[in-house]
Write a protein that binds this ligand. Structure first.
Ligand SMILES: O=C(O)CCC(=O)C(=O)O
Length: 300
């Protein structure tokens, strides 16, 4: 596996919409847009203390990466807590409880006034979500099921992100009917997952005010280097094909996977793993063929 390539960083106040769309959006290349949200009050206003004071009394549902079943999309919470207590916890104590896809605007609609949708592109799906997590917690590697383009802005704390393009899915042992991979890229097990040796991705560090552009279907593994939070907004996928596939994933494919898991549980998971391993084997053969039979693993 080689993830040493750095995600490029550009000054968002200097790049035009035309440049962004031709260099990153249309070719579907990730980039960190530094300072994209400087234009909105949220840039300075949204702090841990602000959220504690303004909506600390609501109850939030929390997810643990350690307790997560790799076969499932996150639906069933592992813990519940008052929001202010949770924010205190992630500032002070080790925990792996994350607040994932948090629809903060349902609880506090006036927050919408603190930001807008940056004119660097268009076709926004206006459903923002927030993500909170403590230092050391991990958002396990996944693709976003709707295949939209994602703009993830960091407000507090730092996050290390590792991305892989969708064409690396087989080498990452993507589980069919699902958007998760079973590999752990922080502790790569090359004996069990030999295809992972050939996967190539890129890495970046998000700090306050950085917006990561993740093109449709990009795999992301996120590590909270410091406790903090961010917000994602999405735009429609790059092509009609991607949009239709995203719609299909969210509706039929996910429901089918849920149904099969409910009926066959471990048997279904084992079947999906078997397919993932077969596909990885084929992908390795393809890499080898493309390199004239001299493929060298892309180790870091
Ligand atoms: O920042 C995070 O914890 C997760 C973000 C994410 O997975 C997403 O925006 O799709």
């Amino acid at each position: 596996m080689n993830i040493s390539k750095q995600i490029p960083i550009v000054d968002a106040t200097k790049i035009t919409r035309k440049e962004f769309e031709s260099t990153y959006l249309r070719p579907q290349k990730p980039v960190i847009l530094r300072g994209l949200w400087k234009q909105y009050p949220a840039y300075d206003k949204w702090t841990m203390d602000y959220f504690k004071q303004s909506m600390g009394d609501i109850e939030v549902e929390l997810f643990s990466s350690k307790q997560a079943n790799p076969s499932e999309t996150l639906k069933v919470a592992h813990a519940k807590m008052r929001f202010d207590k949770y924010l205190d916890l992630i500032e002070k104590e080790p925990t792996d409880l994350r607040l994932f896809l948090f629809p903060v605007f349902k609880h506090k609609p006036e927050l919408i006034k603190d930001f807008g949708y940056p004119k660097i592109t268009g076709r926004y799906l206006k459903i923002p979500f927030m993500f909170f997590g403590p230092a050391g917690s991990i958002t396990r590697m996944h693709q976003d099921i709707d295949l939209s383009n994602v703009f993830l802005t960091q407000f507090a704390g730092k996050k290390r992100v590792v991305l892989f393009a969708p064409d690396q899915s087989e080498l990452l042992y993507r589980l069919p009917f699902n958007v998760h991979s079973t590999v752990d890229i922080d502790n790569p097990d090359y004996d069990t997952y030999p295809g992972l040796k050939f996967a190539e991705g890129c890495t970046g560090l998000l700090e306050h005010g950085d917006t990561l552009f993740m093109p449709s279907g990009y795999w992301h593994h996120i590590e909270y280097v410091e406790g903090g939070f961010g917000l994602s907004v999405r735009t429609l996928g790059a092509s009609i094909g991607t949009i239709v596939k995203g719609g299909f994933n969210v509706t039929i494919r996910r429901k089918f996977d849920d149904l099969m898991r409910a009926m066959f549980d471990q048997k279904w998971f084992n079947y999906k793993k078997k397919i993932a391993f077969k596909r990885a084997e084929k992908a390795m053969q393809k890499v080898n063929k493309n390199n004239g039979g001299n493929s060298q693993p892309a180790y870091n």
